[in-house]
Design a protein around this ligand. Structure first.
Ligand SMILES: NC(=O)c1ccc[n+]([C@@H]2O[C@H](COP(=O)([O-])OP(=O)(O)OC[C@H]3O[C@@H](n4cnc5c(N)ncnc54)[C@H](O)[C@@H]3O)[C@@H](O)[C@H]2O)c1
Length: 272
């Protein structure tokens, strides 16, 4: 195991709600690799989750911020630099929310106000974070920015409804802002397209258990767990990946390249 990959680096980690959150695992792994960061989440989530326990374990503080608010994000970047004592080297965007999914609205009957909210929370917030970071000159040369995505950006998963569009926008923002920040400051911007993962957001999706099992049976390596996604984030935040940018990187045990697998063939073959 390589150690101290992130020694001396300062960051912001969004989206850790409880120990099942992917961001929670990222915070633990980054801390173990010597990275220092502030945690942030929506003010409402601060009351529901356990983020303060994580902050204590990672010797840091939580800065509440609604990721749809440019004002909150401006205060977040100011406070993060104050707490950490310098500019930012890595950012994790691990934010997703759809009221249409929560209320089980079918795709052909979406509520459009909620649709706009899904896009704002789950995708435009990524643009807003980078906009604020750029405008306030908060990033160090060679910084690395990662957002978490899902393959529903490319393929249809019926119960994922408006989040499919949100993820497509998120991945597109990574490319467009990646060009801007790469040119200006050699900053990398990527999305990781993660396997279905048992988290609060994941399990809120209708039929989640079925497509978790389906993806697991389709993937030669099985579904990638949250801890492994955190390892991949560490690699992308580190100096070992300095020329990787504007990519959507599948972290899915091979799922995205498979047409059908033997376990699925066997499951669908009628028993004599
Ligand atoms: N769980 C999966 O199967 C899976 C698969 C691929 C990608 N992802 C993505 O991973 C990311 C993290 O999700 P997770 O599965 O760890 O679930 P999670 O519920 O633990 O994390 C989602 C986070 O978004 C935060 N959030 C919601 N609205 C916000 C706002 N307005 N401002 C700031 N934060 C806000 C929540 O408080 C929560 O901490 C999401 O982008 C999700 O789409 C999840």
């Amino acid at each position: 195991m390589v150690n101290n990959l992130l020694q001396g680096k300062r960051g912001i980690i969004t989206g850790a709600l409880d120990p099942s959150s992917i961001a929670w695992h990222v915070a633990e792994k980054v801390f173990a690799q010597g990275g220092r960061f502030v945690l942030t989440n929506a003010p409402l989530a601060m009351r529901m989750g356990k983020i303060n326990e994580l902050a204590a374990a990672c010797q840091t503080e939580v800065v509440p911020a609604d990721a749809t608010s440019v004002e909150d994000l401006t205060l977040l970047f100011d406070r993060a630099q104050e707490v950490l004592g310098g500019k930012i080297d890595f950012i994790l965007h691990s934010i997703g929310m759809s009221t249409n999914i929560r209320k089980a609205k079918p795709y052909e009957d979406l509520n459009y106000d909620w649709f706009m909210k899904s896009l704002d929370v789950s995708a435009l917030s990524f643009h807003k974070m980078m906009h604020v970071a750029d405008k306030s000159d908060a990033l160090n040369e060679g910084a690395s920015i990662v957002a978490l995505s899902y393959i529903a950006a490319q393929r249809v998963f019926p119960d994922y409804t408006d989040m499919a569009q949100a993820k497509a926008v998120l991945e597109s923002i990574a490319r467009s802002f990646g060009q801007v920040l790469g040119t200006k400051k050699k900053v990398r911007v990527n999305t990781i397209s993660q396997s279905p993962t048992m988290t609060t957001a994941g399990q809120g999706i209708g039929g989640f258990d079925a497509f978790f099992t389906y993806a697991d049976k389709m993937s030669p390596l099985g579904n990638a767990p949250a801890e492994a996604c955190a390892d991949y984030c560490v690699a992308l935040f580190s100096d070992l990946t300095r020329w990787v940018t504007m990519q959507n990187l599948f972290h899915d045990g091979g799922f995205s390249s498979v047409g059908i697998s033997q376990p699925i063939v066997e499951a669908l073959t009628p028993k004599e």
